[in-house]
Design a protein around this ligand. Structure first.
Ligand code: K1U
Ligand code: ZN
Length: 167
């Protein structure tokens, strides 16, 4: 397994739209394992392939406190969303930035598992938020896109300043 470098906002590669996986093979299983290792090490509760510069529809999620409930969703597709919740979000591609985002309270998602079998998952609360956040990444969206233009400008200048300091 390997730790993968995570792209940082506003890297234009975060805007690429991921392609569906056509064959769930050992390459995809290796990618999912590397993404899981990267997510646990970060640490984070989710990671989309887009964030590690792989533009295929793969996400990994673990919102459990015990950190042993890994979910791998290939070609995830939102079937329905219900209700509304507003929660604080962060993003491994936007380090140090947290803000409130409005999301569906409950979602139903169809996906392929690591054996290529079609499955459906009903989720609510933090798991539902994380699924929506990661599917956004696969579509080239970052959570800051849900914030006002003023906040987006402030975040860009904060991250540019951080990058200058660490360069
Ligand atoms: O996609 C990502 O960038 C991962 C992101 C997922 C996420 C967080 C919060 C709401 C929605 C989606 C993160 O994991 S940020 C880090 C984080 O939230 C966290 C890290 C360690 C323990 C608990 C949470
Ligand atoms: Zn993110």
């Amino acid at each position: 397994m390997a730790l993968l470098p995570i792209l940082r906002f506003p890297d234009p590669r975060l805007r690429k739209v991921a392609a569906p996986v056509t064959n769930v093979d050992d390459g995809i299983r290796r990618l999912a394992a590397d993404m899981a290792e990267t997510m646990y090490e970060a640490p984070g509760i989710g990671l989309a392939a887009t964030q590690v510069d792989v533009h295929q529809q793969v996400i990994v999620i673990d919102v459990s406190e015990s950190r042993d409930q890994l979910l791998v969703l290939i070609n995830p597709e939102l079937l329905s969303g219900e209700g509304m919740q507003v929660g604080e979000e962060g993003c491994l591609s936007v380090p140090g930035v947290y803000d409130k985002v409005e999301r569906s309270e409950k979602v139903s998602v169809r996906y392929l598992d690591l054996q290529g079998e079609a499955r459906t998952l009903d989720a609510e609360g933090l798991l539902a938020v994380c699924i929506q956040h990661e599917i956004d990444h696969l579509q080239g969206k970052v959570f800051v896109d849900h914030l006002s233009m003023l906040k987006q400008m402030r975040i860009k200048s904060k991250l540019a300043k951080q990058a200058r300091i660490t360069a």
